[in-house]
Ligand binder design. Structure first.
Ligand code: CIR
Length: 272
C-alpha cells in the first residue's frame, strides 16, 4: 500500500457563480482559436457547479449578464475574505462594470462589502493562503490597485505580498493554485521565479501547464481534464482529484478558478 502524505484541507461553505452569457462568444482572448459555443459552455458550467455542490457547499448561480461577455469569470471582479467581500476593479475596459453589477449580490450574500477605491486589480491575480494574500502585478493588476488593496486586506487580518505575474501570463493564477495551506500547484515557469518560497510546490507536468489553474474546494482538487500526468502527481501526493472539462472556457482564456467566488461564512450566515 502506498503511504499517502497528510494534506491539510481547505474548507469553503459557499460559492457564487454566474451563468455564462450568450455573448461569451465576444469574450476577451489573447489568441483567437475560435469562439466558444454558448450551449457547450453552459453544459461545462453546469457540471462545474454540480461538482462544487457535491462537496456540500452552498452554491448560488447568478443570472447571466449579456452586457458583460466575460462575466462568467466571476472571480475577477471581487474577493471574499473572512466573509467580507471586496469589490475589485477589473483591468480590462470591457470588464470594468462587472464589479458594480455584482455588488448587490455581494451585499446579500456576504457579511459586508468594501469597495477598492482606485487602481486596477483582477481577482485572477490573487492567490490566498491562510496567512497571506499574494497579488500578481500584471497587465490587468497595477501598483495603484495593489496599494489600495493592501490596507483593506490587512484590516481583515491578512498580509499582502506583491508578486510578479510573468508578462506572457494573463493572471497569476492562470499558472498557480493553492492545494492546501502550505502547498501550491504551479507551472515550472512560475515556480522558477521563487515567489512560492516557504510553500511546498508541486509542478505541472511538461506540456500540461494549463492544469495549474486548478481549484481545491473542500475535499477534492478540481483539475482541468486532459492532464493525466499532473493528475497522477496529485493523486500520488494524496489529493482526491476530480477532472472537469474546460474546453469552452479555455477558448476565452478562462479556467476552473475563474468561474467561482469561493468563501466561508460563520455558522448560520450567508447564502441569502
Ligand atoms: C478575460 O480575459 O478577462 C477573460 N476572457 C478570462 C478571464 C479569466 N479569469 C481568471 O483567470 N481569473
Amino acid at each position: 500500500m502506498t503511504a499517502l502524505m497528510e494534506n491539510r484541507s481547505i474548507s469553503f461553505t459557499h460559492a457564487l457563480c454566474r451563468a455564462p452569457a450568450g455573448s461569451v462568444t465576444d469574450g476577451l482572448r489573447a489568441v483567437d482559436q475560435g469562439d466558444p459555443d454558448p450551449v457547450a459552455f453552459a453544459r461545462e458550467h453546469a457540471a462545474y457547479v454540480a461538482a462544487l455542490r457535491a462537496t456540500g457547499a452552498s452554491v448560488t448561480v447568478l443570472p447571466a449578464l449579456e452586457e458583460f461577455p466575460d462575466s462568467v469569470f466571476i472571480e475577477d471582479p471581487a474577493l471574499v475574505l473572512n466573509g467580507v467581500a471586496i469589490t475589485l476593479r477589473p483591468g480590462a475596459p470591457s470588464r470594468a462594470g462587472e464589479a458594480a453589477a455584482l455588488r448587490p449580490d455581494l451585499v446579500r450574500h456576504c457579511a459586508g462589502v468594501i469597495d477598492l477605491p482606485e487602481g486596477a486589480v483582477d481577482g485572477g491575480d490573487i492567490l490566498c493562503s491562510d496567512s497571506e494574500v499574494m497579488v500578481g502585478l500584471s497587465a490587468r493588476t497595477d501598483r495603484a490597485g495593489i496599494a489600495a488593496l493592501r490596507p483593506i486586506v490587512e484590516d481583515l487580518g491578512y498580509r499582502l505580498r506583491l508578486v510578479e505575474t510573468p508578462p506572457e501570463i494573463l493572471h497569476f493564477k492562470t499558472e498557480s493554485s493553492l492545494l492546501d495551506p502550505e502547498t501550491v500547484l504551479a507551472t515550472p515557469r512560475l515556480a522558477a521565479t521563487g515567489c512560492f518560497a516557504g510553500y511546498r510546490v508541486i509542478e505541472t507536468a511538461e506540456g500540461e501547464e494549463a492544469a495549474a489553474n486548478a481549484v481545491r474546494f473542500n475535499a477534492p482538487v478540481f483539475l482541468s481534464a486532459g492532464h493525466p500526468r499532473t493528475a497522477e502527481r496529485l493523486a500520488q501526493t494524496g489529493y482526491e482529484v476530480v477532472e472537469l472539462e474546460t474546453m469552452q472556457a479555455a477558448l476565452v482564456d478562462g479556467g476552473l478558478s475563474c468561474m467561482s467566488l469561493r468563501y466561508s461564512m460563520p455558522d448560520g450566515q450567508g447564502g441569502a
